[in-house]
Design a protein around this ligand. Structure first.
Ligand SMILES: [Fe+2]
Length: 428
């Protein structure tokens, strides 16, 4: 709750600041042309939208913890989209106006612009500095507007496959070429009955003919009801050696106030059962052995283990029981912070699969270089990491949360092929 309050206060301050700065800009531009656009009437019209957004965020701040279904989340995410579609371009407009304006003034000092103006006898159209800056500002602001709009309309369902080949000396011979598909963070409530789009993802996964499918948590936003209807989609996933899953921080119903502890426990029970209905074997601080020709590897799954404010229910010791004799071990752990905190220091899992970061649903990548604001929050936020003889792969998620958009950070289907050999990786 404390973090939500800080987020609300932060958004309020930012919104007021952006609108105040733009108001000052508009006043400067118009004060001579339009008398009615002055304080207090101009301010009233200008800040009308600000007031609507801040009031709506305030209502949602109190409403979300009391919500008993994910429809409030869906409303919140669409309101957030409208907000971002307006306020991100506004910020870009202001910054470009100020930065280019300053640059323009510096150029004026050193140019012969004054002389050129004197020579212009009116046959050529001229443009004032303010009009020029305003037009440039509109062009600059349209770039994030179009990107975000594209992320909402197309980006959130433009599934991307990411291939990695990993070699381990201790992989049993029978598992040579084992193909693992990882998906993560479905957040079914956010998908809001977009069954057809997710069926396309299921087809893309099945086309890879995986041996194992792993789902690394956050099946829902908060409520068991979000899972209803999705069995017809995800039960079509095919993997002959098994489909395994774990819980993520959103699967415990921790983001709501419940009328009783019993109601919360029933919600969690329903979510756990839904994993089975969707065709997954839920590894809740548990492990399982996968056998081929008398040889076996182990796969373990921990409950969510995160740093505050994220819950910590994971028990690595418990999850590891039964994996001791397996020559090769995999771990599913929703939060990648767990890898540095416990997995690399207290266990010998060869490969850990995580999700959680979503790549903040925003960023870009080019020829192996990738950037996202997520990198400032999470030490391991996307892709492959190695520490000693252990690997971690962080999937950016297949669904979305908060903003129903993915900008430069498409929903991910990870395909990992295992091979026997000196430890190493190959992007395939
Ligand atoms: Fe998530």
């Amino acid at each position: 709750m404390k973090y939500t309050l800080w987020a609300f206060v932060g958004v309020t301050i930012l919104t007021l600041l952006i609108d105040y700065l733009l108001f000052r800009l508009v006043i400067q531009k118009r004060q001579k042309q339009s008398a009615h656009f002055s304080f207090p009437f101009g301010a009233f019209w200008h800040f009308g939208m600000t007031a609507v957004f801040i009031l709506s965020f305030a209502i949602l701040y109190f409403l979300i913890p009391l919500a008993s279904s994910s429809s409030v989340y869906v409303f919140f995410q669409w309101m957030m989209t409208v907000y971002l579609l307006i306020y991100i371009p506004k910020t870009f407009y202001y910054l470009s106006y100020k930065i280019i304006g300053r640059f323009h003034k510096v150029l004026d000092k050193f140019s012969e612009d004054g002389k050129i103006k004197k020579m212009n006898d009116g046959r050529y159209p001229t443009i004032s500095r303010k009009k020029f800056l305003s037009q440039v500002g509109i062009v600059v602001a349209s770039a994030p507007f179009i990107s975000l709009l594209f992320g909402v309309i197309k980006g959130r369902f433009s599934f991307a496959k990411k291939y990695t080949k990993l070699s381990f000396p201790n992989l049993p011979n029978s598992f040579e070429g084992l193909k693992i598909v990882q998906i993560s963070d479905l957040h079914l409530g956010s998908l809001n009955s977009n069954y057809r789009e997710m069926e396309e993802a299921v087809e893309l996964i099945n086309a890879e003919h995986p041996d194992i499918i792993c789902f690394t948590g956050d099946l829902v936003n908060n409520f068991y009801e979000e899972t209803i209807g999705w069995e017809k989609v995800f039960s079509k996933l095919k993997a002959p050696l098994g489909k395994f899953s774990i819980l993520g921080n959103h699967d415990y119903g921790d983001y709501s106030k419940w009328p009783s502890s019993e109601a919360k426990a029933n919600n969690l029970k329903g979510i756990k059962e839904a994993h089975g209905r969707l065709g997954f074997k839920l590894l809740n601080n548990q492990s399982s052995l996968i056998d081929i020709n008398g040889e076996s590897i182990a796969i373990a799954g921990v409950e969510n283990w995160g740093h505050p404010p994220f819950p910590r229910y994971g028990n690595l010791e418990l999850a590891s029981l039964g994996t001791e004799k397996a020559p090769f071990k995999m771990l599913l752990s929703h939060d990648p912070d767990h890898w540095d905190a416990e997995v690399t220091t207290e266990s010998d899992f060869d490969l850990t699969l995580a999700g959680h970061t979503h790549g903040m649903q925003l960023g870009f990548e080019y020829k192996g270089f990738q950037w996202s604001p997520a990198k400032y929050k999470f030490k391991r936020w996307s892709g492959l990491y190695k520490e000693g003889q252990q690997y971690l792969y962080v999937n950016r998620g297949l669904g979305y949360l908060g903003m129903p958009a993915r900008v430069g950070m498409p929903p991910e289907i990870t395909i990992i092929e295992l091979t026997k050999g000196p430890i190493g990786n190959d992007p395939m």
